[in-house]
Design a protein around this ligand. Sequence first.
Ligand code: HEM
Length: 179
Amino acid sequence: MKGIVFTEFLDLVEDKFGLEMVDKIINESNLESNGVYTSVGTYKFSEMLQLLQHLSANTNISIDDLLLVYAEHFFSVLEVSYPDLIATYKDPIEMLASIENHIHVEVRKIYPEAELPTFEVVKKTENSLEMIYKSSRAMHHFGLGLMNKTFEHFNSTATIILEKLKEDGTEVKFLINKN
Ligand code: HEM
């Protein structure tokens, strides 16, 4: 997992819960990196999972809710870092339907070692989109947060339903309807 995912996460934790919480979850985890991250480095996903698990235990907020809030913050990082990529799109449904064959393709060119999910488009209309998310990392709520913010970016909103196709969240169907 890319370092920027860790650095932005720990910045948000500091912002919302204080530096003591950052130190606490790093100390409670068993991290190869010792909790020292640079935005361009690459680290094990298991480190992110441990940090999330300890933050969840210390705050009584579910990992899914933490990932949702984190993704909403991460979208603003993407808006600042990749404005041209986002400016390719005029419509949220078009943008989300292009994650697999355009957006994440570009991401892979920049970071060949990125660990990305797959998003298979099952059905697309002008105002709706059905996609299947697959990833061993089960970060579907991170996807949900990014989707919410994608609609907000285009001054729109949507109703998004998640249907787990696998109990462990590694395969999830997203039913997206523009409001
Ligand atoms: C992960 C880039 C848009 C869904 C990531 C990662 C990067 C990235 C750098 C981390 C990879 C790693 O740590 O190895 C981008 C850029 C975008 C974009 C530059 C737009 C400009 C989106 C959107 C979605 C999305 C709109 C909406 C669903 C995800 C998910 C992950 C991810 C769910 C977590 C990894 C996983 O589930 O396996 N993306 N992304 N991305 N992205 Fe995107």
